[in-house]
Design a protein around this ligand. Sequence first.
Ligand code: IFM
Length: 451
Amino acid sequence: MPLPETLAHRFPADFIWGVATSSFQIEGAAREDGKGESIWDRFCQAPDAILDASNGDVACDHYHRLDSDLDLIASLGVTAYRFSVSWPRVQPKGAGTWNAKGLDFYERLVDGLARRGIQAHLTLNHWDLPQALQDRGGWTERDTMSRFVDYALAMNRRLGDRVAAITTHNEPWVIAVLGHEQGNFAPGLKSRKTALQVAHHLLVSHGMAVQALRADGCRSQLGIVLNLSPMVPATDSPQDHAAALKADAAGRRWYTDPLFLGAYPQEVMAELGADAPVIHPGDMAHIAAPIDYLGVNYYTRQVISAGEPFDNKTSGLPLTEMGWEVYARGLTDLLLLLHRDYQLPDVLITENGGAFKDPLSDGRVQDADRVDYLRTHIAAVADARDQGVPMRGYMVWSLMDNFEWSSGYTKRFGIVHVDYATQTRTLKDSALWYRDFLRACRGPQPVGAGA
Ligand code: IFM
């Protein structure tokens, strides 16, 4: 295995290295200190919605363990921490009254990061919409876009001076498709038409928030985070190639074209018929508002077949516990594709990682597969950088094991192990590897500078 130094030398000194989490997945304290109900609190109550019938009531109890978790983050030597604000914790109904105790929690979070010399990368919407807004139609309603802009402005006014980057939405595809078309994520709706309207409103509200924040004098970098994969044809057949192009247009370009070209892909739009979203004058200009960075969440490639869906188990590649192929080259391919097609702003890998078995034994988790995953994917980022992609940073998903949505606590993505019965945190071998790698990135330290 190459030494951490060899890989570290491929990145500039100011490259951003981080770990990422999200509010619902780690905070717990679901009904404390005035927090309102989120759509995920509600969704977890639906029969069979969550694999292990769990919920986010306690999760990693991060709300009560903020200081020790911040120490844990600092111990890794990262330069950035990506987290999300729980909208219903700061504004229980998604409109009107603000919750002082909720705001105070995020004040302590950003202050704690600043004290430790770690950049705060704040995401406004990592899926936990206030249930009160869902009761009024949620993301199907244009009014929710205005509520989101108010929320963005309030967060900036309160925290913006200590926040390096503000992401509007995390993975709008997931909210739209898994939440409103397939129904296996909150709010559990099943309509393609609804999903397309929701995706549109998410994109428009992203642009509206960016414009409002800039007009308000926001000094944080502004961007959006997309979950992206290269779509690879299963075979060399023309049918599979055509299917892969189609899947790429509908699943990836539906988001990247409007953001960077100001228009939805025509060939997809032409096939939607009555399911096409209602677009108001000015919407596309909002969506294409210039951003400072694109956040890319990369986990795997998608293999597309014109016939029966491709079975990952037949590919011969290692699979994670999610059943996703480990395919680091796909990250380079994806970044080069984006670089070829668009005038990209800075690019940050805002999530990358894998769920593996991770047995804790004698106080140690020997997750060699995750170490290998991180090393090869970081090398894939360096490859893209070498070929001109404006890469600015990389963040591991996730800091610690947490609530993995409809999989509950059955999948562990953390580089830190969490014993949910005792809330004990244990650095896995991957965390130790990442810490050593980041040390190598910082280069030789002056004598007496500490560990
Ligand atoms: O846990 C999620 C995260 O919330 C969003 N991106 C994908 C991760 C792994 O499924």
